[in-house]
Unconditional design. Structure first.
Length: 280
């Protein structure tokens, strides 16, 4: 079966899961062990389907023009779906819009992966992405938009079917932002194109999106605080680097350069955090 056919099947599975395990489906049920188990399974199934879509798009033998064209096509369809939801009651195209967001981001991310010409380039790209996302989530653009216009962040995120989507008390992923899918396409696309370790990469991403929200939720239960927004690219980037750690070969000078660059980025983030904390 060709990759396009598999991608169509994965997209259909995405829509079917969203309809069967979305908020409306769970709203009619009484919360209990069986419902919670179903919600957990729905969340796990979502992660697997989304990663399958990322892998399939990354493996499509397309030129950069086709990748750009498909990304723009899905971007237009995504904008139309979100605009329709704003004008119609009940947001009837929410699920379709989520699917289009995923496809748009992954195609554009796979296109962007072409800037990574050799394996070692993946390391600085991943480190910079992790630093920028951490900054944006807690102190930068995303943090400000999340406070002033949370509906905007929601529009550019795909809701995860199951517990979080239905408001059930299960610590699973609630939504995945467009940036996560964009960089999944970038990283996985580069891993496939450069013949690195795609299987380990996909399993590492699955573990991250399953276990990291659980860990943060456990901490919130112990401390009694709310679960914070998670910088997905931070964990995604390190998962990709760890899964492909044997594929990188740096000279001694290059290792020191990466170490110094990482230390500078960390110092800037800590300094900015300290200044903002002192001023608030």
């Amino acid at each position: 079966m060709r990759m396009w056919q598999l991608l169509a099947l994965a997209s259909a599975a995405y829509l079917a899961l969203g309809m069967l395990a979305g908020p409306r489906a769970f709203a009619r049920l009484t919360v209990g062990p069986g419902v919670i188990a179903a919600a957990v399974l729905a969340g796990i199934a979502y992660i697997l389907i989304a990663l399958a879509m990322v892998a399939l798009v990354s493996r499509l033998p397309l030129s950069w023009k086709w990748q750009l064209g498909m990304g723009l096509l899905f971007a237009g369809a995504f904008g139309a779906a979100r605009l329709a939801d704003m004008r119609l009651p009940g947001q009837p195209f929410q699920l379709v819009g989520d699917l289009l967001l995923v496809l748009m981001a992954v195609f554009l991310g796979t296109l962007a992966s072409r800037i990574i010409r050799e394996r070692n380039m993946l390391v600085p790209v991943a480190l910079v992405a992790a630093a920028i996302d951490t900054w944006g989530i807690y102190w930068g653009f995303v943090a400000e938009v999340g406070k002033k216009a949370p509906e905007v962040v929601q529009q550019f995120s795909a809701m995860v079917p199951g517990s979080a989507a239905a408001g059930l008390p299960v610590p699973l992923l609630s939504s995945v932002g467009i940036g996560d899918f964009l960089f999944m396409g970038l990283f996985v696309g580069a891993v496939y194109r450069l013949h690195m370790n795609p299987r380990a990469t996909l399993w590492a991403l699955f573990a991250v999106y399953l276990l990291v929200p659980l860990a943060f939720a456990a901490v919130s239960v112990v401390t009694g605080s709310a679960v914070p927004l998670l910088p997905g690219l931070l964990f995604l980037s390190f998962a990709v680097l760890i899964a492909n750690r044997r594929q990188f070969h740096f000279s001694r000078a290059e290792r020191y350069a990466l170490l110094y660059a990482g230390a500078v980025v960390a110092a800037i983030i800590l300094l900015a955090w300290g200044v903002k904390r002192a001023l608030t």
